[in-house]
Design a protein around this ligand. Structure first.
Ligand SMILES: *[C@@H]1O[C@H](CO)[C@@H](O)[C@H](O)[C@H]1NC(C)=O
Ligand SMILES: *[C@@H]1O[C@H](CO)[C@@H](O)[C@H](O)[C@H]1NC(C)=O
Ligand SMILES: *[C@@H]1O[C@H](CO)[C@@H](O)[C@H](O)[C@H]1NC(C)=O
Ligand SMILES: *[C@@H]1O[C@H](CO)[C@@H](O)[C@H](O)[C@H]1NC(C)=O
Ligand SMILES: *[C@@H]1O[C@H](CO)[C@@H](O)[C@H](O)[C@H]1NC(C)=O
Ligand SMILES: *[C@@H]1O[C@H](CO)[C@@H](O)[C@H](O)[C@H]1NC(C)=O
Ligand SMILES: *[C@@H]1O[C@H](CO)[C@@H](O)[C@H](O)[C@H]1NC(C)=O
Ligand SMILES: *[C@@H]1O[C@H](CO)[C@@H](O)[C@H](O)[C@H]1NC(C)=O
Ligand SMILES: *[C@@H]1O[C@H](CO)[C@@H](O)[C@H](O)[C@H]1NC(C)=O
Ligand SMILES: *[C@@H]1O[C@H](CO)[C@@H](O)[C@H](O)[C@H]1NC(C)=O
Length: 415
């Protein structure tokens, strides 16, 4: 113990002596800052003002940086580069000195992407976010980020042949957004990140079907596959994903009917199946979903009578069923004032024809008459509704005229 102390003592004094002037000048020019000097230099090279304390709370530039509490020097744990100039450079050496970062994000920074990240930084990062930045993101930049819990990419093309190329090593992901990223390939068949809560692959070029194995993601709350080139049926296994809250499959070419297993998703808040080729009838079970707020089924091939009453529909924030030419509503249960964009049903549960012309020409009042006319007369074909209205008005008017004449005669007789 004492011998080792003897040998290390001079070394310690030498190193202290060497460090002193440096730390002195540091505290002189940047009072209060105790950020690792190498990281301070790195920040300066990224255009952060050297006069500001990057570890202050709240930090400058909208929390662009935050630090740990280590001593003698603190270290950066998060960094956000926002609105940077296009000639900003992100050299490997600077990235190396930032290897303590747990979170990095780029916002409107169209700088060239680094080819790869230093291994230490890659394993340190828990969150990577790129919004309209880095021009294009190579798969090789992302796939080594094994410890990510959050990956957020939007408004930047990712250069991979399929999403699995990016996420196959990421077992800890809980939030995954790769949206508006020109991403092609299939929806993964196998998932390593079984704790995923949020999945958004919207606005890409994904092809193929949703594999039944998606139900491996038992904790998933958000599933957004909207605006891709996906097709096929909704897998029955979706009923196993009982945590699902917000689901959008809109703007693809899915077909088939809504699986009955969907009724198991009792926490569903939002369901958007719009702009696909779904068919079959609309299931009644939606009205039993207490938390449902958004139900968008427009622009599909659904058919039959809408199975909901107006108290259910009025509890929803969004209810859209327009653009389903074989779908209709029961006018004794639902008012035309709901403006559902579809025709009322005849007594066979088929849309009254021609629905389109009447919807467009005279609006809801005409629809009301249209509906009432059919319910009060159970006679001929439904397309004669409007002429019945004219007839009714004519009969009413002539009754009135007769009544007036009768009253006039009566008053003459009596008078
Ligand atoms: C900065 O961080 C503080 C503390 O975490 C927070 O209260 C504040 O809202 C943040 N400000 C911005 C602009 O993000
Ligand atoms: C980036 O620029 C936009 C406007 O160009 C501004 O609204 C926004 O606050 C800026 N963000 C940051 C973090 O500087
Ligand atoms: C990253 O994950 C590996 C296991 O995959 C683990 O050994 C390592 O400690 C993690 N690194 C950090 C910085 O969390
Ligand atoms: C998007 O991907 C397609 C091929 O899948 C490619 O031809 C096109 O150039 C890409 N667009 C951008 C902006 O990267
Ligand atoms: C539907 O998807 C296509 C292809 O991805 C896209 O170009 C279009 O903007 C999307 N439309 C809407 C309304 O989201
Ligand atoms: C899905 O993504 C689209 C486009 O990114 C967005 O407009 C929509 O609100 C999202 N829907 C859900 C349910 O997350
Ligand atoms: C689901 O969508 C609602 C809006 O309809 C939103 O308030 C809520 O935060 C979303 N939930 C999730 C888990 O995305
Ligand atoms: C729905 O579409 C599928 C596939 O296109 C078809 O096989 C099925 O018969 C259709 N069902 C109804 C009720 O039209
Ligand atoms: C409307 O439908 C819901 C669900 O089916 C039901 O609980 C409720 O009693 C109905 N309300 C009326 C006024 O019929
Ligand atoms: C419309 O609703 C009424 C009352 O619930 C019912 O008697 C009638 O059969 C329904 N009509 C159709 C076409 O479903």
């Amino acid at each position: 113990m004492s011998s080792s102390k003897n040998t290390s003592f001079p070394l310690l004094t030498v190193s202290l002596f060497l460090l002193l002037p440096f730390s002195y000048s540091l505290s002189l020019t940047r009072p209060g800052s105790s950020l690792d000097p190498r990281q301070l230099t790195a920040l300066e090279s990224l255009g952060f003002p050297s006069t500001r304390d990057a570890c202050a709370v709240p930090s400058p530039r909208d929390n662009a940086t935050s630090c740990d509490a280590a001593s003698p020097f603190r270290h950066l744990i998060s960094l956000r580069l926002a609105n940077c100039s296009t000639d900003l450079d992100l050299p490997y050496t600077v990235l190396q000195s930032l290897s303590t970062l747990k979170s990095i994000s780029f916002l409107n920074c169209p700088i060239p992407p680094p080819r790869r990240l230093p291994p230490q930084l890659a394993s340190s990062l828990h969150s990577f976010s790129c919004i309209s930045s880095l021009r294009r993101v190579p798969g090789a930049l992302l796939s080594p980020l094994r410890n990510l819990t959050e990956l957020y990419l939007t408004g930047v093309p990712v250069m991979v042949s399929a999403p699995i190329m990016i996420i196959s090593n990421m077992a800890d992901l809980t939030s995954l957004t790769i949206s508006n990223a020109n991403m092609s390939g299939p929806v993964p068949h196998h998932w390593h990140c079984l704790d995923l809560v949020h999945l958004d692959f919207s606005f890409n070029r994904l092809k193929g079907v949703i594999p039944g194995t998606i139900s491996m993601l038992g904790s998933l709350q958000t599933l957004n596959l909207s605006s891709n080139f996906l097709t096929g049926y909704i897998p029955d296994s979706i009923g196993d994903m009982v945590s699902l809250k917000n689901v959008s499959l809109s703007n693809n070419t899915f077909f088939g009917s809504i699986p009955s297993s969907l009724s198991d998703l009792i926490d569903l808040v939002q369901l958007d199946l719009s702009s696909n080729q779904f068919n079959g009838s609309i299931p009644t079970f939606f009205s039993g979903m207490k938390k449902l707020r958004v139900l968008n089924l427009e622009n599909n091939n659904f058919q039959g009578v809408i199975p909901f009453n107006s108290s259910f529909i009025s509890k929803l924030e969004v209810f859209k069923v327009g653009g389903n030419s074989n779908l209709c509503y029961n006018h004794t249960m639902l008012s035309s004032k709901l403006k559902l964009g579809i025709a009322p049903c005849n007594r066979y549960g088929l849309p009254m024809s021609p629905p389109g012309d009447h919807l467009r020409s005279d609006g809801s009042d005409d629809m009301d008459d249209y509906g009432e006319a059919d319910s009060s007369h159970n006679g001929d074909g439904d397309h004669r509704g409007p002429s019945k209205v004219v007839l009714g008005v004519a009969i009413g008017l002539s009754c009135l005229v007769f009544l007036v004449i009768f009253l006039v005669c009566l008053s003459k007789v009596c008078g």
